[in-house]
Design a protein around this ligand. Structure first.
Ligand code: URA
Length: 435
């Protein structure tokens, strides 16, 4: 077999055989196929696409490139949740304790952020003392005892994806339905849960910018999961503007705690309850259908049981549970730069991608995998789409420990706001549930 022939075949829009896909993926993972040939193939896939059958084969090859986790020692139906990546998305921190408080065991592997999207592992590590790695036996024991454990993904899970993702990130080849499907589903299938709720984001701050592409991505992932014996639901949700008001690691954990205490912004609260309800349904913990699952999720939140689960989970992983009562225990930023409106009107748009980039500029994200994150850096959005403003009103505040970076974050944040004279129509947060 020859790599150039395979690249040319895809470049001309041909369909690859399973052997050809395996030759390229495993050859690249094991260091025989160089970066430049794999990049050429990835670009050809982005431009010409892959059939669903090719995508199923690619997913299996990537899953089998590493270890698969056996969670059978955990009692009950293990339900995982995965977001395709967004800005201000702290739902896992809320959804996991809510679902766990309703009896759904959560044994979750999460990723780190890259580029403008944040990662749950980085957010969790902003809690003083919290550790995101543990031995397999302790991981299983933690879920059986406290109902939740969240760890960082190890390099042993789908190593082919790890290498391909890093290459895609720097070669402009992230936005392909086949590549996103195989990347997410190879890891999810290897991570051992029985059921998966996917939060497929759609909008400027997501990989899928429009609804049709997000829907196709959701359907493909659901089909591939079901084809591999998993219970699957996909929720398509809006990512045109950031979720909630906080963007940045420690700030997002503090906002998640506000929601767990019964407050917090409405959008993040509603999406979290919707996702938790789907997890409760897939985990067979509601016998009265979706309405009953939603009621159970709401009750877990309002009674304080989800907050209590969160505290136990934090403590079990070495973190200080008192962060729920005292925000001063989080890393504090040295600088705060306010961004104020120059004109009156309505916020007609708040570009999620631009806010993600601004937060990254302030130090909350990485530009390369090696970059250190400033846990205290980020943005608090005072005004969001639809809000009425007067000249001089506070739009947002950017925080950080590096003065220049914080100021750069503020300059970039301003560009995210569109101001006009007409109040825009309200967008649906949950656009569709595919179950
Ligand atoms: N998340 C992933 O894990 N992979 C992608 O390709 C996109 C989002």
């Amino acid at each position: 077999m020859n790599a150039v022939d395979i690249i040319n075949r895809k470049r001309l829009g041909g369909v690859l055989t399973e052997e050809q896909i395996e030759y390229m993926v495993m050859g690249f993972t094991e260091g025989m196929i160089p970066d430049y040939q794999m990049s050429a193939l990835l670009m050809a896939v982005c431009l010409k696409g892959m059939t669903k059958e090719e995508t199923v084969q690619l997913t299996r090859i990537m899953r089998d490139s590493g270890e698969t986790v056996d969670l059978s020692e955990i009692k009950g139906i293990k339900v995982d949740k995965h977001s395709t990546g967004g800005v201000g998305d702290k739902t896992t921190l809320i959804v996991a304790p809510v679902a766990a408080a309703c009896g759904v065991p959560i044994a979750k592997m999460s990723g780190r952020g890259l580029g403008f999207t944040g990662g749950t592992v980085d957010k969790m590590e902003s809690i003083p003392g919290f550790v995101t790695s543990m031995e397999r036996s302790r991981f299983i024991e933690s879920v059986n005892e406290t109902g939740i454990a969240v760890i960082g993904q190890t390099g042993h899970i789908a190593p082919a994806d790890k290498k391909m993702y890093a290459l895609r990130d720097v070669t402009g080849t992230t936005e392909s339905i086949s590549l996103i499907t195989s990347s997410i589903m190879s890891k999810k299938l290897a991570a051992g849960a029985d059921a998966i709720v996917l939060d497929v984001k759609c909008g400027s701050g997501a990989f899928m910018k429009n609804y049709e592409d997000a829907r196709e991505l959701a359907e493909w992932m659901v089909d591939i999961g079901r084809g591999n014996g998993k219970r699957m639901t996909a929720v398509i949700s809006d990512m045109e503007q950031p979720l909630g008001r906080a963007v940045g690691n420690a700030l997002e954990v503090q906002e998640a705690i506000e929601v767990l205490k019964g407050g917090g912004p409405e959008d993040i609260r509603n999406l979290s309850l919707g996702l938790a309800a789907e997890m409760i349904l897939l985990g067979d913990r509601a016998d009265g259908g979706r309405a009953n699952a939603e009621e159970l999720a709401r009750e877990a939140l309002e009674s304080g049981r989800a907050l209590e689960k969160f505290r136990r989970f934090v403590e079990n992983q070495g973190g200080n549970p008192d962060i729920t009562e005292d925000t001063a225990l989080f890393a504090q930023p040295a600088f705060a730069v306010e961004v104020r409106a120059e004109e009156a009107g309505y916020v007609t748009g708040l570009d999620a991608l631009q806010i993600g980039l601004a937060s990254q500029h302030a130090g909350a994200g990485r530009e390369t995998k090696e970059d250190e994150i400033d846990m205290a850096a980020g943005i608090i959005l005072d005004k969001k789409t639809g809000d009425e403003i007067c000249a001089g009103d506070l739009l947002c505040t950017v925080y950080g420990n590096d003065k220049e970076k914080t100021e750069a974050g503020a300059r970039e944040s301003r560009k995210a706001y569109s101001i006009g004279l007409q109040r825009p129509e309200k967008r649906e947060l949950i656009k569709e549930i595919i179950d």
